[in-house]
Design a protein around this ligand. Structure first.
Ligand SMILES: Cc1cc2nc3c(=O)[nH]c(=O)nc-3n(C[C@H](O)[C@H](O)[C@H](O)COP(=O)(O)O)c2cc1C
Length: 189
């Protein structure tokens, strides 16, 4: 098959976002395994609040939806904000509603690796669980391994190098799972 196309969506608007570093780590790992990738993060997520009854879409929203439609595998990364995923990431995911009539509705047929960062384990674990529920609602296949990262533990340096080997291993395993599923599912039908 042609090399799988893996799209990551999420992060925060903060410079040195640990969530974005974690997604970049997974993308680097899938690239090593032969994938083409794209990261939609930071200001690319500053989209108008999703309104189902308003069919106008700006360039940013159209790009996000087109990339999700095209993806053979998806990575989603969110910080834990007050016990769940952030509004920024949830709003971006709400745009997946525009894929309801796609040939592959929503995230159907795609593995989705979920990454949650938070300033403590309870927040990270709850946020990961919320992300996985959202992926189920969008008919995606959450990878068996999700990543809950406690960002209070200085997990990435200022260049995004992962400082905690165990976290790097989990992100690499998630990359393997997304790639394995993409290869099993075959190229986009
Ligand atoms: C508005 C806000 C709410 C937060 N709520 C929680 C929380 O409920 N539980 C928690 O463990 N951390 C919480 N945090 C900490 C973030 O989850 C944590 O710093 C995360 O790693 C930020 O992601 P980033 O490094 O990608 O910017 C919160 C941070 C902010 C700014």
């Amino acid at each position: 098959m042609t090399s799988p196309y893996i799209v990551a969506v999420g992060g925060t608007l903060r410079p040195n976002s640990s969530t974005e570093w974690a997604m970049r780590h997974v993308l680097t790992s899938v690239q090593r395994a032969g994938a083409r990738t794209n990261l939609i993060s930071g200001s690319l997520l500053q989209l108008p609040l999703y309104q189902p009854e308003n069919l106008e879409r700006g360039d940013g929203a159209r790009f996000l939806v087109a990339e999700l439609a095209r993806a053979d595998g998806i990575i989603i990364g969110s910080p834990g904000y007050h016990g769940s995923i952030s509004g920024l990431v949830k709003n971006a995911l709400d745009y997946a509603e525009d894929l309801r009539t796609d040939a592959r509705p929503y995230f159907s047929g795609r593995a989705v690796g979920c990454i949650a960062t938070a300033g403590g384990w309870p927040g990270a674990v709850n946020t990961l669980s919320a992300l996985r529920d959202i992926v189920h609602a969008l008919r995606g296949w959450p990878t068996p391994l999700g990543a809950a990262i406690n960002s209070a533990e200085s997990v990435f340096d200022d260049e995004g190098i992962c400082l905690v080997p165990r976290v790097g291993q989990i992100l690499d395993l998630m990359a393997d799972e997304v790639m394995g599923f993409a290869r099993l599912a075959g190229p986009r039908r």
